[in-house]
Design a binder for this molecule. Structure first.
Ligand SMILES: C[S@@+](CC[C@H](N)C(=O)[O-])C[C@H]1O[C@@H](n2cnc3c(N)ncnc32)[C@H](O)[C@@H]1O
Length: 303
């Protein structure tokens, strides 16, 4: 696994890139021995800032996220494929707009490829461990004992994101000590609801947050409302209730944003066709949607 390194700072108001040598030259501020625990005799401890950056619009960045970005000594940015190239560009744009800390080093890394053979769970676990190894190496080689590593997480780290789980792998390995701080971000769920000007829940009713794969397997009868993410199978087509409604959004917060809503039975074909055409045009798609099935009035309570 190789780390591609680019630095960033401000040069006459424009961003410039500063190349950093891996483990040499312009490295971390304070010295450390690989494998040594992060807490030193001086009481220093590395820090990982997990920063929610919003779901596609740089203006989703909260004041807290901007301040956190500028507290980082090193920012680690993943790159991979068409979709991830867009995500990496979005992260770079955020740095260009909001990073004023000229001494911050930006490191790019190629996201390891997830194994397709074997079980899904094993594949994901191995993949997380491979990313954990990158985090660990970065902490050891590029982040000084008194320095802070910033990870820019799409949306919010608590929602269908494994950054915190991966950091747990690093902690469990026990080769380096660090503290962690999480900065909440605007999620794609919020961007969807804002785009359609709707509330997520109906009064007093629960909402199931699920994946397309799970929705396609079965939609339990206990919830009448489902917020669906990570849908590569157009699971909305499996919902047969003739009175179901859908609020669908793709590329939320980005210049390509598309919003469609209506009675599912009437609009499903339009969503499928819009999805197909958009994916062909941009080479990737990220979409999410809320489906509501009619609920008995008695189920609705206050708030
Ligand atoms: C790995 S999850 C990450 C979710 C993210 N942590 C969040 O807070 O929104 C990726 C899924 O989030 C949804 N998503 C994220 N960004 C989106 C966007 N800008 N437009 C539509 N859906 C988005 C899609 O369902 C996508 O498959």
């Amino acid at each position: 696994m190789s780390l591609k390194k680019t630095g960033k700072g401000r040069d006459s108001g424009t961003v410039f890139r500063r190349l950093l040598g891996l483990g040499r030259g312009a490295g971390p501020k304070s010295g450390r021995e690989p494998g040594a625990p992060g807490r030193t005799g001086d009481g220093l401890l590395r820090k990982i800032l997990v920063i929610g950056i919003g779901a596609g619009n740089p203006e989703h960045m909260t004041v807290q996220a901007i301040n956190a970005l500028n507290r980082a000594d090193v920012l680690l940015i993943p790159t991979k494929g068409d979709e991830k190239a867009f995500l990496a560009d979005a992260r770079r744009e955020i740095c260009d707009r909001f990073l004023d800390n000229a001494s911050c080093r930006i490191l790019d890394y190629a996201v390891p490829v997830r194994r397709a053979d074997g079980s899904y769970e094993d594949g994901v676990n191995d993949w997380h461990r491979a990313i954990a190894a990158i985090y660990e190496r970065t902490l050891l080689n590029d982040v000084g004992e008194d320095e802070t590593l910033g990870l820019l997480v799409w949306g919010d780290p608590m929602l269908y994101d494994s950054t915190l789980r991966i950091i747990d792998h690093v902690r469990t390995a026990g080769r380096i000590a660090f503290e962690i701080e999480v900065i909440a971000g605007i999620t794609s769920v919020q961007a969807l609801c804002a785009g359609h000007a709707i509330t997520l829940n109906r009064i007093g009713l629960p909402v199931e947050i699920t994946t397309g794969r799970r929705l396609a397997e079965a939609w339990t009868s206990s919830t009448r409302d489902a917020l669906v993410m990570l849908d590569g199978v157009e699971a909305f087509r499996t919902v047969e209730d003739p009175d179901a409604e859908i609020w669908w959004g793709a590329y939320l917060g980005t210049p390509h944003e598309i919003l469609l809503s209506g009675r599912l039975a009437e609009i499903a074909d339009t969503i499928s066709e819009t999805r197909r055409a958009a994916r062909e045009k941009h080479g990737w798609i990220m979409d999410t949607y809320l489906i509501r099935r009619p609920a008995p009035v008695a189920e609705e309570g206050a708030a």
